[in-house]
Design a protein around this ligand. Sequence first.
Ligand SMILES: [Zn+2]
Ligand SMILES: [Zn+2]
Length: 163
Amino acid sequence: MKKSTRPSWDEYFLKVAMLVSERATCPRMHCGCVLVRDKQILSTGYNGSIPGDAHCEDAGCMVVDNHCVRTIHAEMNAILQCSSHGISTANATAYITNMPCTNCAKALIAAGIKEIVIFSDYHDTLAEKFFKSAKVKIVRLKMPNREIFYNLKSFSSAKKFKK
Ligand SMILES: [Zn+2]
Ligand SMILES: [Zn+2]
């Protein structure tokens, strides 16, 4: 019997955040965020331009004070997706590929996020200071396995499309 590749809940949501980050459009940073409450995904976000605006990849980054300001960050996009769909973010957990920047940390706190789970840090951020004074729990885990273990061939009841 092959060892199970079933991830824990934390690994699962972090892996989703990694997958979401693949949609990011700023070459300086690919970030993914998943907002979760009661083991259910409320929304996802990656860092990308304002809808309809040019992407960093095509038009170049817009760097101010060593930060690219063209994109809306992953955490903001995840919060904004909830706001545009009327979903409460109160008491949710944010699974993010990295420690948020200062502004995203403040937005997550104001949106009622109670816990963040990350697997990497971020430069020039006061996030930890703000999270600590707001009593937001910070959980640092190791990066989950980057492989996706879906294999159609191993499922006896699955059938490939006929060409
Ligand atoms: Zn950029
Ligand atoms: Zn940010």
